[in-house]
Design a protein around this ligand. Structure first.
Ligand SMILES: N[C@@H](Cc1ccc(O)cc1)C(=O)O
Length: 421
């Protein structure tokens, strides 16, 4: 199967600038670019589809070029945004740029000779360009009436939302990037982006044709959503980051393992390098043995391994499996701590032991009163180190695991970690 058909079967192609793109991708080895603006100090799972798609193209022998938007980040892309952005300070942008660039350089192969990835900052060509030169050489090729028809502009003007001249100009910068990248030494022929980038990408395709007569291509990927069409990539209202200091590998793993059943196949096709055949088998198993959660496990594992490496993925998988099976008492300490990342933690003094189960439970945020604690224990919903603990059976030194920890659980999955000091 050619790479284009594979991308189509995976559902990764939303729009293309020309049907010729298929032949070009199948018959030639091309340089292909995607750009990221340094709007934050880390990329998010929202950027993952672009990154994995680049990796896929690289595996077929194409050369990925990542553009870090040192210049475009100073302006702010209005695409897909309903209101004007606040400008970021230059210090923040250069800090973010360093973070994002170092992240990007981890996901692809930058070493193999032919299809080695490349990372370019678009300040390279903008930093010495003067305003008059820009307006004369670039601006002259753009028709305001065409620009006004782009979705990114129309939606803003239609909503009576303001759109500054600064953001209105963004499209020209991205189009000019495509032109610069089409020249040696890059010789880029294709730009990928999310569906909100369509206007900017087409502006670039048109601009390159106008200035140099060359045909370059653009393609967009669909918006990734949840099954109800709402935004994907938030966990408890927070962004899911690719930086392990902001979202740990375990949290990333948990985010994906909690994917909705209806979406798991789609996410496997989008975000993993598993073959379509393997994915079909996982989808089949999801139907026949949903309780095994194999498809979810594979998705979480593959994404975590892609972003953070296999070792982290294996640890996250072990922790998650032990948590799911209610067997944390058997886990090594680092895995136990990982599995309880999201659980509340309390400390009690060693002298408190032995302690009555109801007294211990009522010290935790798992219950809000002593009577609730008593009821929970009486009804058999209280577990110490994943074993049921009944009324009157005191918690003692003998319950310590790893010398200082006790794992409490209420019901099926509400944990609290106790450190005995
Ligand atoms: N405009 C893109 C980022 C980008 C920047 C420069 C480019 O040349 C291409 C893409 C975004 O906001 O996601």
């Amino acid at each position: 199967m050619g790479v284009f058909s594979e991308l189509q079967e995976r559902g990764v192609i939303y729009q293309v600038s020309s049907p010729e793109l298929e032949r070009a991708l199948d018959d030639e080895k091309l340089s292909i670019y995607v750009g990221f603006d340094p709007t934050a100090d880390s990329l998010t799972v929202g950027n993952l589809l672009q990154i994995v798609t680049m990796r896929r193209l690289q595996l077929y022998g194409h050369r990925p070029v990542f553009v870090a938007g040192g210049a475009t980040g100073m302006i702010g892309d209005p695409s897909g945004r309903s209101s004007e952005r606040n400008l970021l300070s230059e210090d923040v942008i250069s800090y973010n740029l360093a973070c994002v660039s170092s992240q990007l350089s981890r996901y692809l192969d930058f070493e193999s000779s032919d299809s080695s990835a490349l990372l370019v900052n678009n300040s390279t060509w903008f930093k010495d360009m003067g305003l008059l030169e820009f307006l004369r050489d670039v601006g002259k090729s753009f028709s305001v009436s065409t620009m006004l028809q782009r979705d990114s502009v129309r939606s803003r003007l239609g909503d009576q939302q303001s759109l500054s001249f600064t953001e209105f100009s963004y499209m020209l910068l991205q189009a000019y990037d495509f032109y610069q990248l089409s020249l040696p030494p890059y010789e880029v022929r294709v730009q990928f982006g999310g569906s909100d980038q369509w206007g900017n990408i087409v502006a670039g395709v048109d601009y390159v044709r106008r200035v140099s007569g060359k045909t370059v291509f653009g393609a967009t990927t669909p918006l990734v959503t949840k099954s109800d069409g709402t935004k994907f990539g938030k966990s408890a209202g927070n962004a899911v980051w690719l930086d392990p200091k902001k979202t740990t590998p375990y949290e990333l793993y948990q985010f994906f393992i909690r994917s909705e059943d209806e979406m798991v196949g789609t996410y496997l096709r989008y975000f993993t390098l598993l073959s379509l055949e393997e994915i079909r088998e996982l989808e089949e198993e999801l139907k026949t043995h949903p309780e095994r959660r194999s498809a979810h496990g594979a998705l979480a594992f593959e994404v975590t391994a892609f972003v953070h490496g296999r070792e982290e993925a294996i640890k996250a998988q072990r922790a998650s499996t032990l948590l799911y099976q209610g067997r944390l008492d058997e886990a090594p300490k680092d895995i136990l701590m990982l599995a309880l990342t999201e659980a509340p933690k309390i400390e009690i003094a060693k002298e408190t032991l032995a302690i009555d189960p109801v007294d211990l439970l009522s010290k935790t945020p798992l219950v809000s009163s002593k009577s609730e604690a008593a009821r929970t224990v009486r009804q058999g919903g209280f577990y110490v180190n994943d074993r049921k603990r009944s009324e009157g059976e005191a918690v003692t030194d003998a319950d310590l695991i790893h010398d200082e920890l006790i794992v409490l659980r209420r019901g099926k999955k509400d944990y609290c970690l106790v450190r005995v000091i």
